[in-house]
Design a protein. Structure first.
Lengths: 265, 248
């Protein structure tokens, strides 16, 4: 079954959709959209380093994404506004990454594959990495779910309930780095944030509880992956962007529905 | 047994010392109100008590096994986060639906269980926060300017609710407030804070203490003076009269 490249691509897309759904909800609730974007952009530097030192792309991207996310978390609130800091760090990392890749002589690198993903080239071992990462992220977030929600609502409430909201922030940071690292192959660094934010934002219109929002987001992400790949096959369009396009259309439809039901109520 | 004991507490953010050598206690069943101008360290004191801020000097001792109910100053529920009152109340504590209903009744809002948090009015929202804090039968309730954003009638009603809660449950209450006229009558003890404890005692004693008048002015009974006070008055003079002792 896994011999078919379309099957592998579909499974890879579903894996990313599952990890991105609960994490994406927190990204939306905590207004971390730009944070996700910055972490993802930094990963291209990780790709360059991986190719230089002949490591796996996953390891390099994970390391740089993690360093990036931790640095931003540490520096936040010390002089610069968060979005300025993210703008500086994210685009510097992206630029350094692109320059670093150009130095790699001898190896011909298809940069597009890392910027926009190369889901049709997902191998069996890629699938193992993607699903391993996805299971890790979902398990981590499910384990800390209540604490993460409390810390999202109010920091002092978290302290008064006996746990440290900074540690919960670290859980999200780690999950974000893992998700970025596994999603590079699927949608590429430029569109990872889209997979985090669009399904979650679309799900908001239908959800009545935090849990249902995460589940609906997973459903929307999965459908986008399947339908996007199908569309890419039929219309011969790039696969990663096609997936994001389907998610965006779903977002528009659900927003319209949500807007209309709210208007009546 | 003393529930909360703050000894010689100093809190510093970088080079900025917000609290200096603060001593205070909360005994079972009493209502203690902390008043003070903006930037006087009221919230820092509360944060130190719940462990959110580390003291640079001194310590906070809590009775072993002390259950704290915390009502935050403001809680922002992002419009993108769908959450019902019931789900919110069961977030951190393992409680039954019945306990939720009982806590909501104690807080004076029995019918809100199924409502979305984002649909509540300001007054309902604060009472749901109060109910959530009450759900585990705390020994002490901490309220950080819990009536911010409520109109005068709303906050008066809220304070009456707090008194009723104390009557019914017997839990101690430590609250920070700006609304001196309401607070004064409701509290057993008032602590006037401005980086350090300026004066302390029963509402009547504190209202007539020179340190309090220096901070909040006279004539209006403190109710309006709040918005006119000098931020940087100095306490170079010795506190030769301890208003608390003078009252006894």
């Amino acid at each position: 079954m896994l011999d078919d490249f379309m099957t592998r691509a579909t499974l890879a897309g579903i894996g990313v959709a599952f990890a991105a759904a609960p994490l994406g909800c927190f990204v939306v609730w905590r207004r971390m959209a730009y944070f996700g974007d910055a972490t993802a952009h930094a990963a291209i530097l990780g790709v360059a380093l991986s190719l230089t030192f002949q490591m796996s792309i996953f390891t390099g991207a994970l390391a740089v994404a993690l360093i990036m996310a931790l640095t931003v978390t540490l520096l936040a609130g010390r002089g610069y506004a968060m979005d300025t800091l993210l703008g500086v760090m994210a685009h510097s990392a992206l630029a350094f990454g692109l320059v670093a890749v150009s130095f790699l002589s001898g190896v011909r690198i298809d940069l597009m594959a890392y910027l926009f993903g190369d889901i049709l080239a997902v191998s069996r071992s890629d699938l193992v990495v993607i699903w391993g990462g996805a299971v890790l992220v979902v398990a981590l977030i499910a384990w800390r779910w209540s604490q993460l929600l409390t810390a999202t609502l109010n920091e002092e409430l978290a302290y008064a309930s006996g746990f440290d909201p900074k540690r919960e922030q670290l859980v999200l940071t780690l999950s974000l780095a893992v998700t970025v690292a596994v999603a590079i192959k699927v949608v590429g660094v430029l569109l990872i944030a889209a997979m985090l934010i669009i399904p979650a934002a679309a799900a908001r219109n239908l959800a009545r509880s935090p849990e249902s929002m995460a589940l609906i987001a997973a459903g929307i992400g999965t459908f986008s992956a399947i339908a996007g790949l199908r569309a890419a096959y039929v219309f011969d369009t790039p696969a990663g962007p096609s997936i994001v396009c389907v998610a965006a259309v779903l977002f528009a439809c659900f927003s319209l529905v949500g807007w209309r039901t709210q208007g009546r109520a | 047994m003393t529930l909360v004991s703050v000894e010689n507490l100093s809190v510093r953010y970088g080079a900025n010392t917000v609290l200096r050598h603060v001593d205070m206690v909360v005994e079972p069943g009493e209502i203690v109100t902390i008043v003070g101008p903006n930037g006087s360290g009221k919230t820092s004191l509360l944060r130190a008590i719940i462990g959110a801020t580390k003291p640079s000097v001194g310590q906070v001792a809590l009775k072993p096994g002390l259950k704290i109910g915390y009502v935050p100053q403001k809680l922002h529920v992002d419009p993108t986060l769908p959450i019902s009152v019931e789900r919110f109340m069961r977030l951190t504590d393992r409680v039954s639906r019945r306990q939720c209903v009982e806590a909501l009744e104690t807080a004076g809002v029995p019918d809100l269980l199924k409502r979305q948090m984002s649909q509540l009015s300001g007054g309902q929202f604060q009472r749901v926060l109060l109910a959530r804090a009450l759900i585990n039968q705390p020994d002490v309730l901490l309220l950080d300017e819990a009536t911010q954003g409520l109109d005068q009638r709303g906050s008066a009603g809220f304070y009456q609710q707090i008194e009723a809660v104390r009557r019914e449950t017997g839990c101690a209450i430590l609250m920070i407030s700006h609304e001196l006229h309401v607070v004064m009558s409701a509290s057993d003890r008032v602590i006037c804070l401005n980086g350090h404890v300026c004066c302390e005692g029963s509402p009547a004693v504190v209202a007539s203490a020179p340190e309090y008048r220096a901070l909040f002015g006279t004539g209006t009974g403190g109710a309006l003076a709040l918005y006119r006070h000098e931020h940087d008055h100095h306490h170079d003079h010795d506190h030769d009269v301890n208003p608390k002792e003078a009252a006894e």
